[in-house]
Write a protein that binds this ligand. Structure first.
Ligand SMILES: NC(=O)c1ccc[n+]([C@@H]2O[C@H](COP(=O)([O-])OP(=O)(O)OC[C@H]3O[C@@H](n4cnc5c(N)ncnc54)[C@H](OP(=O)(O)O)[C@@H]3O)[C@@H](O)[C@H]2O)c1
Length: 136
């Protein structure tokens, strides 16, 4: 935290927050026209305020902010059959997660696919792992 650079903070927010926000600005008007949309913000347990720890401040703050974006988007799309949720894939064996991670890519992706294919009466504005709600 004490030696986190503004460059790292800025680059991380650009990737993890501004990217999804700009994409939503482009796509949500089209989704509203169609009266259909599913938005999955791939978040992380490291962004949970209820379990906030030290280290990796840029990443943590970017995911907490992404979760805020989920809530804002869910509120602004209510009534349009657009469901917006945050999903944590768990600790997954990718380039980022590394070889020691406990979950396969398929396991990590399954909760994301679940949120991307929700039925019309599915949840919006939630935070999930494996299809189950988790704390913000
Ligand atoms: N792996 C885990 O344990 C874990 C846990 C919790 C949450 N997550 C989240 O899951 C998502 C996927 O992560 P992953 O594990 O699949 O990581 P990964 O294997 O490291 O892949 C990250 C992807 O993000 C792309 N990327 C990075 N910076 C970018 C930028 N500035 N602009 C556009 N694309 C950029 C990379 O593109 P290039 O390949 O072109 O560099 C790569 O395709 C992330 O949002 C991550 O925060 C992962």
């Amino acid at each position: 935290m004490f030696n986190a650079s503004l460059e790292t903070l800025s680059a991380t927010l650009k990737t993890n927050l501004y990217g999804p926000l700009l994409l939503a600005q482009e796509l949500v008007p089209l989704m509203k026209q169609q009266h259909y949309g599913r938005i999955v913000n791939v978040s992380s347990g490291m962004g949970q305020l209820s379990d906030m720890e030290g280290k990796s401040p840029a990443y943590r703050i970017s995911k907490t902010a992404l979760n805020a974006l989920t809530r804002i988007l869910a509120a602004e799309t209510r009534g349009f059959n657009i469901l917006v949720n945050s999903v944590c894939p768990g600790w997954v064996r990718t380039d980022m997660g590394g070889p020691s991670a406990e979950r396969t890519v398929e396991q990590g992706a399954s909760g994301i696919v679940w949120a991307a294919t929700l039925p019309d009466d599915g949840p919006s504005g939630g935070f999930f792992r494996d299809g189950q709600p988790i704390a913000w």
